[in-house]
Design a protein around this ligand. Structure first.
Ligand SMILES: Cc1cc2nc3c(=O)[nH]c(=O)nc-3n(C[C@H](O)[C@H](O)[C@H](O)COP(=O)(O)O)c2cc1C
Length: 337
């Protein structure tokens, strides 16, 4: 709590600080910094007189550092905290800079952080390294906590169903219907994900008979090498089906969409993460392999505009869906909002 002394001086510095700050911090000011500095300098002189010049010199080093740092804080104009709390504010910034590590190593509980808790991450690390992920002797979770979810054995288990859990996609106009698994890999572009990540996801999709959505960054060689079923995500940049001018190119679309791996097409309507703004992949990130997948030039900024140029409203969108279905040889075409 602020001391009565600081309160009596009207709007006090202490009020700027959060409640519960130790009183000595609230009392700190440029004047106190100087007074402490003079006291320390006097101490150095006394140490030199009593202990000899070498002892005095050793004592002078931290005091010189104190003055150097404090005067620098007072002179600078970018940090109000440093000007009001010379030297001391640096300790605050230092502690703040190691806050994530302190939280991670000492404070964060095993089940607390989002999106993935330490416990979840540990399981992933253990499995990735091929080491055991099994913990003996029960669980560390609070099973009695409100909201804890679990699966119970049924007293009267149902017979396992022979029905395959898949959904057939495609209406009457679709000639190449696709039987999709219920759990699949959602759209993440090559470029947002690395070569190995795409290859791993595509290989997993093949092994598990589910589909892998390409993301709007086009169909890369890693999508094809993995051999999994693909949903080709087509965004406003028309990567993999664009002409020199960045507009939709029906012939290129036909070429890619008729690949046997491509099972369905998905039109991505706008930039979910940047609504109304579009996105840009800076030229420095447009490597030869990314350029190959997207059909753009190496090293040049790659723009995903905020809106589609191939259509301009609901009617146009429906016509575009029709056009894509026909060009792809009758594959299902969907829309991602
Ligand atoms: C790294 C990354 C890249 C993504 N790229 C695309 C993309 O190219 N096209 C798209 O439609 N969605 C993209 N998304 C959005 C995801 O497909 C998905 O819709 C979104 O992450 C929400 O699902 P989630 O809650 O399971 O993450 C991307 C998401 C991530 C994390």
């Amino acid at each position: 709590m602020p001391s009565s002394g600081s309160e009596s001086k009207g709007p006090s510095r202490a009020r700027l600080l959060s409640e519960g700050t130790p009183e000595w911090i609230e009392q700190w000011s440029p004047e106190v910094f100087r007074k402490v500095g003079y006291g320390m300098a006097a101490g150095v002189v006394a140490t030199g007189a009593l202990g000899g010049p070498l002892t005095g010199l050793v004592a002078a080093v931290p005091v010189a550092g104190y003055w150097w740092l404090g005067l620098r804080d007072l002179k600078q104009e970018s940090s109000t905290l440093k000007r009001n709390f010379p030297v001391l504010a640096n300790i605050r910034f230092l502690l703040e800079s190691i806050r994530p590590e302190i939280r991670q190593y000492f404070i964060e509980s095993d089940s607390e952080s989002v999106p993935f808790s330490r416990a979840h991450r540990s399981v992933v690390y253990a499995r990735a390294k091929g080491s055991s992920d099994t913990l003996p002797f029960g669980t560390r979770r609070d099973l009695y906590k409100e909201g804890y979810e679990w699966i119970c054995h049924s007293m009267y288990p149902a017979k396992p169903s022979n029905v395959e859990l898949r959904a057939t996609v495609g209406g009457p106009l679709v000639t190449q219907k696709y039987s999709a698994a219920l759990l699949n890999v959602s759209a993440m572009s090559y470029g947002a994900l690395s070569d190995n990540a795409i290859l791993a996801l595509s290989s997993a999709a093949k092994a598990g008979s589910f589909y892998h959505n390409t993301g709007e960054g086009g169909i890369s060689r890693f999508h094809l090498e993995g051999g999994g079923s693909l949903v080709w995500n087509v965004g406003t940049g028309y990567f993999g089906c664009r002409g020199e001018d960045g507009k939709f190119d029906p012939e290129k679309f036909r070429e890619n969409s008729t690949r046997p791996n491509v099972k369905m097409i998905e039109i991505k309507l706008s930039q979910g993460a940047k609504p109304g703004h579009g996105g840009i992949l800076p030229g420095a990130k447009v490597t030869p392999l990314i350029a190959e997948a997207r059909g753009v030039k190496v090293g040049q900024d790659c723009n995903s505009p905020p809106l589609h140029s191939a259509f301009g409203g609901p009617r146009g969108l429906v016509d575009f869906v029709d056009q894509m279905r026909e060009l792809s040889g009758g594959k299902p075409v969907g829309v991602k909002m």
